[in-house]
Design a protein around this ligand. Structure first.
Ligand code: CUA
Length: 409
């Protein structure tokens, strides 16, 4: 008997082993090729958010009510079937037409149930919808396929509203009022750790509040199918405790893009960024992007003011969990590929190409300009130099929740 059991158990292990091996092989291949972008996971029902707690308790009450109804209806059904079972085939069943008492009960009970469920829903809506005046305000702009997060109450010393592309910084332990809109099609703002999801619609502005008690980096995705790179339309939410949040926003307000030293790679990159290269048809970056404290004020693409501090590229297509990863050779290669021909690495990207290949402008294919590899690297060097002061680096020491490495930095 014992021997048999052991044999069975062993064969079971072998069977499992055969299934595990291909999985391990795929996993290994993924790790070895390294081309798989690291992705942080979304967490629904994160209890660090008052928004999620409200939804959770509403659900618990609604489910409890449903269970009571289920038990009640089941009991009534079985009781009736049992008690009024047809055991003689002669008499017609008793009719209750005109039984006012019974009919009143049959109307009243569902009405009470609907009222109870409505009260639950309306109570939660009332708790979640108001945006108190003292809440931090963030304007969210969604576009194919990126995000801008602007702080309408924080005007930078260099002019313009403080804005960050694809990385949203918010304070912890207070309601944050997000006013959402879209620059083209309907997108969906979905960062479940800090609250539910909302549509970002063109020419409509909707305000909605989110919150979290726990500082950290959270993942956000676009949740509305919006085009070729819908799945590549990601962002980060960086929640900072009040003091650090205030310091970071103050640094952003005071920030002016550093002026590159004459003759440096950054200086050459700056010139290309601002002017492009007329002789080869390379478009200027500044006509589409803003960099705070420089003449670059474009609003067609995401704000690049703090690009060097950010750790995501291409709206979260590539992400680095550490500063070393953000600046290592792999990341440098990704940035180079991105700058050369963004639509090739991100389908549907509207950025011009700089390797001479064709790209789409308003539905028509046009030929892109060209820059040499050295010139591309100069622009990359300039972008990397767009950094907040060290103490305002909002990534540094901030826990990354739901990251594959457990969020250690
Ligand atoms: Cu934007 Cu999906």
């Amino acid at each position: 008997m014992t021997l048999n059991t052991t044999t069975h158990r062993n064969s079971g292990t072998r069977r499992r082993g055969r299934r595990v091996l291909p999985t391990l092989a795929i996993l290994g291949a993924t790790l070895l090729t390294g081309c798989q972008p690291v992705t942080q996971s979304l967490s629904i029902g994160d209890m660090a958010s008052a928004y999620n707690r409200e939804i959770w308790w509403m659900s618990i009450w609604a489910i409890a009510l449903s269970i009571i109804i289920f038990i009640g209806v089941s009991y009534a059904l079985f009781y009736t079937v049992q008690k009024f079972r047809e055991d003689r085939h002669d008499a017609p069943p008793a009719q209750f037409h005109g039984n006012n008492k019974l009919e009143t009960i049959l109307v009243a009970v569902p009405v009470v149930i609907v009222i109870l469920l409505s009260v639950l829903a309306v109570k939660s809506m009332a708790a979640l919808n108001p945006t108190p005046n003292q809440a931090t305000k963030i304007d969210v702009l969604a576009k194919q396929f990126w995000w801008n997060f602007a702080y309408p109450e924080v005007t930078s010393d260099a002019g313009g509203v403080v804005t960050n592309g694809n990385e949203m910084i918010m304070p912890t332990r207070e309601a944050v009022a997000l006013t959402m809109t879209s620059g083209d099609v309907i997108h969906g703002f979905w960062a479940p750790n800090i609250g539910g999801q909302r549509a970002a619609m063109p020419s409509v502005q909707k305000t909605w509040q989110v919150d979290t008690d726990r500082a950290g980096v959270y993942q956000g995705n676009c949740s509305q199918l919006c085009g070729a790179s819908h799945a590549n339309m990601r962002y980060k939410v960086i929640a900072l405790d009040q003091e650090r949040y205030d310091a970071t926003l103050a640094a952003m307000k005071a920030y002016r893009a550093p002026e590159p030293a004459p003759g440096s790679a950054e200086a050459r990159g700056y010139t290309l960024f601002m002017q492009g290269k007329g002789s080869t048809g390379a478009a200027s970056c500044a006509s589409c992007h803003r960099v705070q404290g420089t003449p670059a004020a474009g609003v067609v693409g995401p704000d690049l003011s703090f690009f060097g501090t950010r750790r995501t590229l291409g709206a979260g297509m590539w992400e680095a969990m550490t500063e070393a990863q953000w600046t290592d050779a792999k990341a440098a290669g990704e940035l180079r590929d991105w700058l050369k021909n963004s639509p090739r690495v991100k389908p549907g990207s509207l950025m011009p190409t700089y390797d001479g290949s064709e790209y789409m402008v308003k539905g028509k294919m046009v030929k892109g300009g060209t820059l040499t590899d050295a010139e591309i690297d100069d622009i990359a060097a300039y972008l990397r130099s767009l950094k907040l002061p060290e103490e305002a680096d909002y990534w540094k020491g901030t826990a990354v929740h739901g990251a594959p490495n457990g969020g250690t930095q």
